[in-house]
Design a protein around this ligand. Sequence first.
Ligand SMILES: Nc1nc2c(ncn2[C@@H]2O[C@H](COP(=O)(O)OP(=O)(O)OP(=O)(O)O)[C@@H](O)[C@H]2O)c(=O)[nH]1
Length: 511
Amino acid sequence: MFSGDYVKSQTALQDIVAHSGDATLAAKASALLLSNFAANRRYAEAFALANQVTVGLDKVTDPLARSMLLMNLSQMLNLAGQADLALRYAAMMEESMPPGGDLCYPRSLRVAALDTRGHLSSTSTDLTEAIETCVSSAQPVLANTMRLVLIDRLLDENQPRKALDLLDHIGGSIRTNAYYPHMLASQVQRARIYEKLDRNDEARKAALAAVAMSDPSDLSEWLRDAYGVLYRIEKASGHSAAALNYYERYTAADKGYLTDLTARSLAFQLSQQHVVVQKLESEQLAKQNNILRLQKALETKALETGRLYIGLLSMFLASVIFWLFRTKRSQLRFRKLSRYDGLTGIFNRQHFMNEAERVLRSMEKRHAPACLLLIDLDHFKQVNDTYGHAMGDVVLRHAATLCQQQLRPADLFGRLGGEEFGVFLPGCPLDEGVAIAERIRRAIELSPAVEDGYTIVFSASVGVAGTEDHGYTLPRVCREADASLYAAKRAGRNRVVANGHAHECAQPSVA
Ligand SMILES: Nc1nc2c(ncn2[C@@H]2O[C@H](COP(=O)(O)OP(=O)(O)OP(=O)(O)O)[C@@H](O)[C@H]2O)c(=O)[nH]1
């Protein structure tokens, strides 16, 4: 790079940045690359790299690498007219200097930034201190840079004599160091000084020397100023053609310089825009991520809540179903209790009567006959008295079973109380009813209850009444059947009586 092969040096530096794997080395290479891009007016790349380097600056701990980066950043930003930022980097560089470090660099950077800002005068302490620091730290090139700035200020302040003294003073050093920018700058300044001192021949000579040592494509302010001096001198001398020629060159150089200045500034602004856009994009991305995260959390919560609701609903439904089931079971149990006799499991009196009434209505509509049988066990008290109440229950259950065996599914059968049973035979004429009553009586007579080694022979009296004789009024039919039952009892028990007429009579027998 120092020998002027910028392309080769760029490739090498970029290779180091990308592949060295050494952060310190990469930082130093980046710093040099910044200089390289700036020197070649590749401002867009320079500022893009500057932004990149700024982001990673915290991680650069090596003092030399860090100060190289800070120095180049300060220079770059100053080049873009960003004097405040350049000052900040210069200050950072000075702060990070190890004790005994060379303060010439940060201070001269500070002066350069103050100069860009337009806050510098020939008496500024920053300027004089920077010159002293660079002289005492044996940095003649930087010391001369500061001195040339001082000469510039003296010229602006119309102190050409002082400026000339200083220029003569540093002339030897500039020639010795042979640093091209200084050689050019000192020639241009000499031309300006002589112009101010009305020493036009010397001014022309100095300006022509500056032009001669310049590259015609150079966009520096120095070349512009040299043409400016030449234009004004030729004009003052009345050399219109020469004056016009220099004026054209002056304006071209000025335009080139301003274009370059604008290019730097635009490149910087553009790079800042990229940074802003990137920041916005990453903020946007962060926001989107946040929204997605929140959405996910919300969905998870909704899912959990949904599950909870489903769980609660299921529990609620289960308890309702259970409750309904229990209620239904209780209902069924109560209905059974309210309809059936606890001992024998057949209809109780109430239910028997209700059902008999209902079926009787149906028979009446169909003009079909029906019979009512009232069955009463004979001398049942004796069974209880002889064998005990529990045995009496056995006999009652046994009697119920025997009766049921003689009945059809459509027949109604109930326990009307104590040892009395009722049978309602729908569609059954009286003679058939009597026959059934007789079968029941005989079954009871012939089937003693056997329990605990006892055989209990017992009998029953049956009263029969039919609709054919007594109509379809249940109380009446009941009354008639009861009368027949009473008749059967009075006639000696163990018999069937219908309409007051006894049927077959068997031997009364209680064991
Ligand atoms: N073991 C038992 N005995 C009952 C039950 N209900 C009523 N009894 C008894 O049945 C007997 C009925 O006696 P009574 O009304 O004098 O009639 P009976 O001894 O059968 O005489 P007749 O009907 O005139 O033949 C009483 O002793 C009652 O205590 C019952 O559920 N279980």
